[in-house]
Each structure stands twice: as C-alpha cells, then as structure tokens.
Design a protein around this ligand. Structure first.
Ligand SMILES: O=c1ccn([C@H]2C[C@H](O)[C@@H](CO)O2)c(=O)[nH]1
Ligand SMILES: [Zn+2]
Length: 128
C-alpha cells in the first residue's frame, strides 16, 4: 500500500508531541479518511491515570469532529517511540466503528511495518 511509509512517518512525528509524563510511552497515530484527509494525534495522559486517551482514539475523534459522522478510516498507522505494539483493545473497538473488515492497520514489529486488516486485528467484533 503506497500510503504506508508516509502514514508511519506522520505517526512517528505525532508521537513526539505526546503528553506522557507518567508512562513515558510516546505514541502517535496517523490516519487517512475515505475523503482523503490526513489526521494525526498522540496519547494524552492525566494525573488521574484512567483519564488517559490513547493516540488512536484522539486521532479518530479529531477526524469525526472535522468531517462529521460519515467519517470512514481508509488506512491507519500507530507508532510508539522506542516501543512496538499494535493498538490496544479499547482502540481496536473504536477503530472498528469507523473501518471496514479490509481496512489496513499498520504498526511496527521487529523494526518492520506490519499490515493487518481490521478483521485480523479484531475478529468477531461487536457492532450494532
Ligand atoms: O494503543 C495504545 C496503547 C497505549 N497507548 C498509550 C496510553 C498510555 O499513555 C501509554 C501507556 O499505556 O500508551 C496508546 O496511545 N495507544
Ligand atoms: Zn488504545
């Protein structure tokens, strides 16, 4: 997918903006919408730890606020500086709300980009 390097680069740049004084995990997300717009975001923590918002959900909520309720994710990437992980379970559920089964989700594993479809990332997902 030709967008992947640019998306991973945008997610890496966004991770540098993270507000993560508690975990020190700087996470960035980048997504392209079906309308072709790019959105980026980072995790924002809180002294009341449970109020923390992940990079992925912050980015998706921005995209909805900008494009409206019809916003659909065409492709999404998540990067953590110095760490490698796929989106957490809560974020998988929120991504699934705005993605299709075949929507690509990118993250790093062993320094290399991994591409999973939404259905691979969250099989048998809960949808209304
Ligand atoms: O999918 C994830 C998982 C974790 N984090 C953030 C939340 C918290 O600030 C830090 C450690 O969990 O990483 C994300 O942004 N996205
Ligand atoms: Zn998350």
């Amino acid at each position: 997918m030709h967008q992947a390097p640019a998306l991973l680069e945008a997610a890496t740049a966004a991770a540098a903006k993270a507000y993560a004084p508690y975990s020190r995990f700087q996470v960035g997300c980048a997504l392209v919408t079906a309308q072709g717009n790019l959105f980026t975001g980072c995790n924002v923590e809180n002294a009341s730890y449970g109020l923390t918002i992940c990079a992925e959900r912050g980015t998706i909520f921005q995209a909805v606020a900008a494009e409206g309720p019809e916003m659909r994710i065409a492709e999404l990437a998540v990067i953590a500086l110095g760490h490698e992980f796929p989106p957490c379970g809560a974020c998988r559920q929120v991504i699934a709300e705005f993605a299709d089964a075949e929507t690509p989700v990118w993250f790093l594993r062993d320094g290399k980009p991994v591409r999973l479809t939404m259905a691979e990332l969250l099989p048998a997902s809960f949808k209304l």
